[in-house]
Design a protein. Sequence first.
Length: 191
Amino acid sequence: MKKLFSFVFVAILAVGAFAQSQHLAFKGVPIDGTLKSYTQKMVEKGFVYEGTQDGIALMSGDFAGQKKCYVAVTTLKGNDVVNMIAVFFNSHDTWSGVLGQYEQLKEMLTEKYGEPKNVREDFTTFIGDDWSKLNALHTGEYVWATTFGTNLGDIELSIVEGEKYHSGRVMLRYYDKQNSEKAHQSAMDDL
């Protein structure tokens, strides 16, 4: 009986340690490690390394059926640990184009992660035509985002201003819970 309790105790500790080391994954790679090591893993997945500046590595490649996306890999402030991945899809010159891409990705994410935990899709001023909707992206008079929650982190889909004036693009961000909590705790320790 004593051996059984010892085994159960060790098994519970092992499961707990395993659960604590889990990270949200992007393209099957856990969002963890140094910027250099994570970037190398993404290159092995087919992305092209474009360069690094201010703790952000930029890569390009295909993602979720979309060609020539940009991927930004960011680290914890003051620490070389990856905690967030952002994907920037191609810009669209029409609201219907960017909204269609957003809705398609939202449907795919809902299929994979279940119902979103938060949806905010609204213009903060009256908007009528396509031109006005794209202009709202430039002036910041909108909120268009859906957040999916998992035990390992959050995934946020949003519409943002595009590469050029009067264009929009979809952005998808993956926030690793464990490493983001480390950043929060570090900030709290500073207070």
